[in-house]
Design a protein around this ligand. Sequence first.
Ligand SMILES: Cc1cc2nc3c(=O)[nH]c(=O)nc-3n(C[C@H](O)[C@H](O)[C@H](O)COP(=O)(O)OP(=O)(O)OC[C@H]3O[C@@H](n4cnc5c(N)ncnc54)[C@H](O)[C@@H]3O)c2cc1C
Length: 400
Amino acid sequence: MDFNWTEEQKIWRTTVRNFAERKIKPYVREIDSNKQIPKKIVEDMAKLGLFAPTVSQKYGGSEVDWTMACIAAEELGRADISLAVPVLYLVEAAWGHIFHLYGSDDLKNEYLSNITAGKQFCGIAVTEPTGGSDIVGAVNTRATKKGKSWQLSGEKLFISGITESSTWGGIHLTLARTNPTKDHKGFSFFAIPLKDEAQIKTTLLEDMGRMGISTGGFVMDDLEVPSHYLIGEENKGFYYAMEGFSLARVLIGATCIGAAEAALEMGKEHITSRSSFGRPIAQYEGIQFPFAEHYTNIESVKLLTYRAAWLLTQMYQKKQYTHHDISLAAAMTKLRAPQYAFQVMNEVADWLGATGYTKEHDIEMGIRGIRSYSIGAEGTMNIMRIIIAREVLGKEFLPY
Ligand SMILES: Cc1cc2nc3c(=O)[nH]c(=O)nc-3n(C[C@H](O)[C@H](O)[C@H](O)COP(=O)(O)OP(=O)(O)OC[C@H]3O[C@@H](n4cnc5c(N)ncnc54)[C@H](O)[C@@H]3O)c2cc1C
């Protein structure tokens, strides 16, 4: 077992860190206030190959492995603790990869190079007003074959990237029922473009955090898409969605590590310089013991996350592991990373005293942003626990 980073990984980390320090970090408060990521940042990210970096060079990707993809996620999380830029990165990295794996050539020729160039958006639309955890019970969007096209009706809600997709163009990989008599084997995945679609109405929600990337929904009313907008095989959509969620969860782990490290560094800076009762507060065990706990928690989740990234690379490059291994590793990562990151940020806010409750300090952006991942984006904590229990105890212990 070798815990060293390779030369390539070190160079990549330094490159992304330098880029993010200069081109993203100074603008995070502005992104949070203006509720959008400046186009210049998006263009610069594209130049560095930060959109869907695992996809093939044929479609403008960099063909990096999942450790490299996670290093970028970590560094973006470190620079933007509001998490807007990291979310933009990781949603496109995960779902761009699924699009690359299963999308038809015609569809990829239409969209994928624009996605890797940062000109168009690639998102995921599973959740509906009726729920996100119980996909089989809650997803009611219907897709019906009409000659050479598919007709979709239904509503998606709490979807990231609605403004981005409807202004830049691009697609949301959208889960719909194609066989209502089947359970999870009756769903298919479709590429749905939101821009300029008369049969789609979009809505926007005001989130509490990660303000630079939009969240909202869309209603499809007899929307027709050509047959090649079906992703992969009919009735396999549920499996593609699960695969994509696992990718996203590993990247979320890396992003949370970066944001937690940045927060702990802010905390360290404060506790070593702020004095109370005649000495730096870092000298008090009430401060330094939690510091030690948080430091250790971050290190432990790093091991979970980078092992999960390694498993992903093995699965895709060497076909050595199955999605069962991946979904377990990804769920453990997603269970721990957002919780630990939130705990660090909450503690750092305490250490900061009154400053921690103001917009003078970045920590409040972090707390608002990280809650998206501990509440539920890409799966709630309880769903992660269910996946872990299912993989370890066996399906027979699922309550349904
Ligand atoms: C900021 C943000 C961005 C998002 N972006 C996207 C996106 O781009 N695309 C997309 O498709 N979705 C997106 N989502 C939606 C997200 O996937 C859902 O919020 C999530 O799946 C949970 O669904 P829900 O909100 O309907 O809660 P519910 O499924 O209704 O769950 C409510 C609560 O019940 C718990 N619960 C449910 N079932 C069980 C059970 N069996 N055992 C124990 N507890 C249970 C859950 O853990 C949760 O605490 C986003 C969410 C957020 C917050």
